[in-house]
Design a protein around this ligand. Sequence first.
Ligand code: FES
Length: 283
Amino acid sequence: MPQAPSSVPNSSAANTDSRLPLLQWPRSFGNTSRTDAWWVTPLLVFLGLGGFVVYATWAAFAGTHYRFGPYLSPFYSPEIFGDSPHSWFGPKPGSWPMWLPWSPALLILWAPGGFRLTCYYYRGAYYKAFWADPPSCAVGEPRKSYWGENSLPLIFQNVHRYFLYLALIFLIFLTHDVWQAMWFADPATGQTHFGIGIGTVILAVNVCLLAGYTFGCHSFRHLIGGCRDQLSKSQLSLRAYQCAHCLNRRHMVWAWCSLFSVAFCDVYVRLCSMGVWHDWRIL
Ligand code: FES
């Protein structure tokens, strides 16, 4: 009976049959048999993620123009210490070291930053785009060893589930910010009254996108149902698992949309605060 053609390199039959193509292994960096534009996705990830990291770092260290009226930039929420009325415990603590740069964002950004950095989707994306490990599937990489995530330093990626707990708490804070963004102070009387501005809508959409990203997290899906041996024993767990699974199927889309919406919220609040943009009131 004729054998089907095979390109599996470790088959002894394949290695002895000169008619069959042999794979080059290991490949040199960038070497591939692929004919599609495999480099487009890693390039877009590099530009998108790199641009976000540069902007977020600049915005976090800026320490100014992070609030406008009742709006607070999500990069600065919660404002534990700071000069704005949103601050929990008043201005910068006197014990803050002189040599250390100060910004309210530096106290909190490590939590959502760590959540994204250790996200299963982003890991796959930035391993390819930033470390070329490998640049794409079936494309040669610039190193010969593989350490995986079972040894240092990448074993730390396993803290993702703990960052998830923090991200869930941050969602509560950001939802509260949306509520606060509905109460505008009257400059004449100082009284606050209900209203909705474009900024309110932008902050609300951001929370929805972040919720879609967070509730579709692989660790969240495990937390609410996947840890059970038999899901059907609890209808509540089953439903919750199905919802998380539904969001998880588009986790990449949620990840990118929420990333850009967080950055855009900061841009919006910043430009309104600087007087470049005007915040239109809907109600
Ligand atoms: Fe992406 Fe958890 S896997 S946020």
